[in-house]
Design a protein around this ligand. Structure first.
Ligand SMILES: Nc1nc2c(c(=O)[nH]1)N=C([C@H](O)[C@H](O)COP(=O)(O)OP(=O)(O)OP(=O)(O)O)CN2
Ligand SMILES: [Zn+2]
Length: 118
């Protein structure tokens, strides 16, 4: 069984490694969407793979570090591409949520990165 929980946050960033002519070299903002996907067996007692409340609790500290922050100032996100943010979230969420199977980070509804640990 697969479950997914979505979160949103607002943040500013710039991409320091693209050419100065690239518009993402300049500071700008996104309304990010993060999806945490978990795979596992349904516990017959609870009917849950994992309680969504537990997913929320595991992600809350990271959300606090991202929401309304400049991502470039967050340790590990000096080059805050969607790909790097997805890996950063994975590394910090997987220990608390072993059933985590994918992290998706959307910069826009049309553009996202997905990391599954591979
Ligand atoms: N592979 C990636 N490519 C790009 C990333 C990324 O994280 N991974 N990020 C960016 C910039 O963040 C850029 O801000 C995204 O551009 P944006 O204007 O927000 O997106 P769109 O061009 O799709 O939106 P418009 O509606 O056309 O403004 C660039 N590339
Ligand atoms: Zn951007």
């Amino acid at each position: 069984m697969r479950i997914t929980q979505a979160f949103t946050f607002e943040a500013a960033h710039r991409l320091p490694n693209v050419p100065e002519t690239h518009r993402c070299h300049r500071m700008h903002g996104h309304s990010y969407r993060v999806e945490l996907q978990l795979d596992g067996a349904v516990d017959p007692a609870t009917g849950f793979v994992v309680d969504f409340f537990d997913v929320e609790s595991a992600f809350a500290p990271l959300l606090g570090r991202l929401d309304h922050h400049c991502l470039n100032e967050v340790e590990g996100l000096e080059n805050p591409t969607a790909e790097i943010i997805a890996g950063w979230i994975w590394d910090r969420t997987k220990p608390a949520l072993p059933q985590l199977s994918a992290v998706r980070v959307f910069e826009t509804p049309q553009s996202w990165a997905e990391y599954d640990g591979g």
